[in-house]
Ligand binder design. Structure first.
Ligand code: OGA
Ligand code: ZN
Ligand code: ZN
Length: 407
């Protein structure tokens, strides 16, 4: 990857190597890494105060510095994982009396601490700069952004996705930001969706397998495997952890109908909160039952339609009208729940919030299944063939992929 080389070249010509902090993310020079030099380091009262040439300064508790030593005894040199156990270190008793540190040295690029027991810890100044207490370590990941009226998804060419890390980064970034992204003009080959998924992470298996075929079949166990229209929905809300990311790769789409639509569930939830706060409260505070059953399965969960995080922001939407189970609520809450559900459904259907498109053979859509709802119009299997292949991925793998691409 070109970014990795840029990192090394910068340092080769500066003539100083970064101190190995058992950290693969960049911490000196280049995109997202600091260029500032260390100007002063003062150890005092259980802390070391550092200042850098760009004016940043910060205090680092000695405990924190000892815990983050990256020498071969404190971090495994191959796995980079922590070996050091603070509970077993007698030095820990001496932080209280300000007696833990024997000496401190620094230069523009590094800080060296010698502890009272003789252990030596060396820190890269850029690594410390990034981790200055009170400063947020930039995430490298784009912030999820609600769709506005007229939103259109980003398109990436299949050739750019497979051919260079820039196209791949653009595709992953758009998916994390918008919850929806298109991949255009790929090959019409069976299993291309599996190859794409596996270049990012292992496919997430469900009761429909690791990779599934979406087409109309004679004995369907699921609405998707018929030719009927699918109202906007999220997949598998009957699981405790529904799949995060869905990939749908179009191989054939000649039948009349079958157009796709998408809506941002988080944006719709915010509209509901603003327009009908009581309905929002009902949907976010009332767990209901979701359930799928076939000959071999009965997978059920009780969760709210709109799940909120600790700050009250939507974290997950569960909306799938055909696998919503019996509504089992106290009598005095049933009518209010139906009113709230209808209000949310109406908002989801608003044309200004929807993306509509017809998948072309060789085109793949990817979306965040816990945020963005998807649907399709009915199609007529007598007028032509329609065949999609799909799979799921964990969000962890997608985020990991972008962090690796940005090294
Ligand atoms: C699905 C689904 C959409 C389509 O398989 O979960 O919603 O376009 N398919 O067939
Ligand atoms: Zn160490
Ligand atoms: Zn679906």
């Amino acid at each position: 990857m070109s970014s990795g080389n840029a990192f090394n070249e910068t340092h080769a010509h500066r003539g100083d190597q970064p101190i190995d902090m058992a950290e693969l993310r960049r911490y000196r020079q280049g995109a997202g890494a600091p260029a500032a030099e260390l100007e002063s380091a003062v150890g005092q009262a259980r802390r070391v105060t550092l200042s850098w040439s760009d004016g940043r300064s910060g205090q680092f508790p000695l405990m924190w510095l000892r815990d983050h030593c990256a020498c071969d005894q404190c971090r495994h040199p191959m796995t980079r994982e922590r070996l050091y156990k603070l509970l077993d270190d007698p030095l820990w008793e001496r932080f209280e009396g300000d007696e833990a540190l024997a000496s401190l040295e620094f230069d523009a690029r590094s800080l060296t601490l010698v502890w009272q027991d003789g252990h030596v810890s060396r820190f890269d100044a850029g690594w410390l700069y990034q981790r200055c207490p009170g400063e947020e370590l930039a995430t490298l990941l784009p912030t999820p952004t609600p769709w506005r009226a007229g939103f259109a998804p980003e398109h990436v060419e299949h050739a750019d996705f497979v051919g260079d890390s820039e196209g791949r980064s653009r595709w992953v970034s758009a998916l994390l930001r918008d919850g929806l992204v298109m991949l255009d003009r790929g090959p019409c080959e069976l299993e291309e969706v599996s190859r794409i998924a596996e270049s990012i992470g292992p496919m997430r298996s469900t009761n429909f397998g690791g990779r599934f075929d979406v087409r109309s079949v004679p004995n369907p166990n699921n609405a998707a495997y018929t030719a009927i229209g699918l109202e906007l929905h999220t997949d598998l809300p009957n699981w405790r952890q529904p799949p995060d990311i869905q990939l749908l790769y179009c191989l054939e789409n000649d039948a009349e109908g079958g157009e796709s639509s998408f809506a941002d569930g988080f944006a719709a939830a915010e509209i509901l909160r603003a327009e009908k706060p009581d309905a929002f409260r009902v949907l976010s505070e009332t767990p209901i039952d979701f359930r799928f059953q076939d000959d071999g399965h009965d997978i059920a969960v009780r969760e709210p339609v709109i799940d909120l995080d600790a700050e009250g922001r939507p974290r997950e939407i569960r909306f799938n009208n055909w696998i919503r189970d019996t509504l089992s609520l106290p009598l005095d809450r049933i009518e209010a729940w139906y009113d709230a559900y209808r209000a949310f459904w109406q908002i989801l259907r608003r044309p200004e919030g929807r993306v509509e498109l017809t998948l072309a053979p060789g085109q793949m859509v990817a979306f965040d299944n816990r945020r963005v709802l998807h649907g399709r119009n009915a199609f007529d299997p007598n007028t032509g063939k329609r065949h999609l292949q799909g799979t799921y991925l964990d969000l962890d793998m997608l985020q990991s992929h972008l962090r690796v691409l940005s090294r």
